[in-house]
Write a protein that binds this ligand. Structure first.
Ligand SMILES: Nc1ncnc2c1ncn2[C@@H]1O[C@H](COP(=O)(O)OP(=O)(O)OP(=O)(O)O)[C@@H](O)[C@H]1O
Ligand SMILES: [Mg+2]
Length: 240
């Protein structure tokens, strides 16, 4: 069994995560366990700290205090990926972008070829595999970012508002791709400002308010009756 398989199935455990910026605790002692293979949505108002928390969990930012562990391990598995609001693509073809990510991850070329084809097929971009990534539409670019991430076969995929700049059809396409990636065994950790999207996709909701977790709940229960006053106020505001 390889390292990746050993790590698969372990929860992500964040403990005491604190980030201080400009004298403010933008994350303030976050305690959070994300179960393997869950679809965990981090919800909260603008500035609550959602993007910051995703970045800390992914290892892009080191916290000022606290730890992120994978089960009992402190070493971060390399097998994780992140997708942002806007796809950050290279000046290469669509397929070239996926190929490059696999090369960086050290995947052998013989194996990479199949993974590129499979990933582009998964997101419905096979027909435009050779087109320069920069000329793709916004929706196509985001699907390409998902193809690139899923080709890495990550244990965990972090997504920070991946549909924020997309129209409804492109949003639905991204949602079904995220579901397909989850069905392959990947843990999904995602933020969104769309409550509809969270209702469609989440199984667990983490509610953040001013850098603190006020509530971690089963998604169905959260949307029916949030327990924390902060989450209640947020949901009421969104319904206006
Ligand atoms: N370098 C910095 N200096 C001061 N404040 C910062 C810095 N970086 C981030 N912040 C603050 O940290 C807070 C959390 O930011 P973050 O981007 O995580 O919020 P968010 O929940 O993702 O919001 P949004 O819904 O708008 O995406 C914000 O209030 C932001 O202004
Ligand atoms: Mg954000």
């Amino acid at each position: 069994m390889g390292d990746a398989e050993v790590i698969a199935g372990l929860p992500i455990v964040a403990s005491g995560i604190t980030i201080v910026r400009g004298g403010t605790r933008v994350l303030d002692g976050i305690e959070l366990t994300i179960e393997a293979r869950s679809r965990t949505f981090i919800l909260g108002a603008n500035g609550a700290g959602k993007s910051m928390l995703l970045r800390v969990l992914h290892g892009l930012i080191a916290p000022d205090a606290g730890t992120v562990r994978w089960g009992r391990q402190t070493a971060r598995p390399i097998n994780q990926a992140m997708v942002f609001q806007r796809a950050c693509l290279l000046r290469r073809s669509a397929a070239g972008n996926v190929r490059h990510a696999l090369a960086l991850a050290g995947i052998r070329r013989s194996e990479a070829r199949q993974r590129v084809d499979d990933a582009l097929a998964r997101v419905g971009l096979t027909a435009i595999a050779d087109r320069p990534a920069r000329v793709l539409s916004g929706g196509e670019q985001q699907r390409l970012a998902l193809a690139r991430a899923s080709a890495l076969e990550p244990e965990v995929l972090f997504l920070d508002e991946p549909t924020a700049s997309l129209d409804p059809p492109a949003t639905r396409a991204v949602e079904s791709i995220v579901s397909a990636i989850h069905a392959r065994g990947t843990t999904i950790v995602m933020t969104t400002h769309s409550l509809g999207q969270a209702k469609r996709l989440a199984d667990t909701v983490v509610f953040l308010d001013a850098g603190r977790v006020t509530e971690i709940a089963d998604a169905t229960q959260f949307f029916a009756a949030p327990r924390s006053p902060e989450a209640r106020a947020f949901l009421e505001g969104e319904r206006l």
